[in-house]
Ligand binder design. Structure first.
Ligand code: MN3
Length: 247
């Protein structure tokens, strides 16, 4: 093969590649006027993002609407999307409620256990959390009010202890009030670990990931934790405690 022939052949290959790429694009566009997706679409289930049970600005000025949009629509959605991607090909896992998965991680196949712990934990924790927030209820009621007084002396005693726990979390995580077989307790979990993994039922929690507060409170986590106590839906939290005592 002389040099001219070699160049002609290479040019021909290059042209053929370009042509086939162009015709593939043309044919995928021709069907419905839209470009075909490059790969299989991301799964949209079985787990889904629950709607916020109030408006995005319902917790202003304590939790700002922009943070609520990002936190719910982007961060929580990402946990759901990644959990759905993780359980593809694992129907024995995908059929279970997410709380059940994070409560019993050892039953999850090892290949996807870390993803379920992190993404499933994120989905479980946030799904719990949105329902415990709201304005307009000033204090716990019923059995929870009694249990908090018995354990922490008073509501303010409880708030002091939970604040210390939340401010003390190193890096990303959560501080919780949990219901355990031996009563109420305060604890924290790193990352998106759920108290359910230890057999503890969350009654109330504070998300101390920076995505929960950085837009409004910057590096001042104590200010955010203080604001959190103005958006606790004590009626919902009291109901969570009552539920935790059942079964
Ligand atoms: Mn969060």
């Amino acid at each position: 093969m002389n040099r001219r022939m070699a160049i002609k052949q290479m040019t021909g290959v290059a042209s053929a590649v370009l042509l086939s790429a162009a015709s593939a694009k043309a044919s995928s566009v021709a069907e419905n006027g839209q470009a075909a997706p490059a790969a299989a679409p991301a799964p949209t289930g079985p787990y889904t993002l629950p709607a916020l049970p109030y408006a995005y600005d319902a917790l202003e000025p304590y939790f700002d609407a922009e943070t609520m949009h990002l936190h719910h629509d982007k961060h929580h959605q990402a946990y759901v999307d990644k959990l759905n991607a993780a359980v593809v090909g694992h129907p024995e896992v995908a059929g279970k409620p997410v709380d059940e998965l994070v409560a019993n991680l050892s039953a999850v196949p090892e290949a996807i256990r870390k993803a379920v712990r992190n993404q499933g934990g994120g989905h479980a924790n946030h799904s719990f959390w949105w329902g415990t927030l709201g304005k307009g209820s000033a204090a716990p009621t019923g059995e929870l009010a009694k249990a908090i007084d018995a354990k922490f002396g008073s509501l303010s005693g409880f708030q002091e202890k939970l604040t210390a726990e939340a401010v003390g979390v190193f890096g990303s995580g959560w501080a919780w009030l949990v219901s355990t077989p031996s009563g109420l307790d305060i604890e924290s979990t790193p990352n998106q670990d759920s108290p359910l993994a230890a057999g503890h039922k969350p009654v109330l929690g504070i998300d101390v990931w920076e995505h929960a507060y950085y837009l409004k409170y910057k590096n001042k986590r104590p200010d955010y934790v203080k604001a959190y106590f103005s958006v606790v839906n004590w009626d919902a939290v009291s109901a969570k405690f009552a539920d935790s005592k059942k079964a």
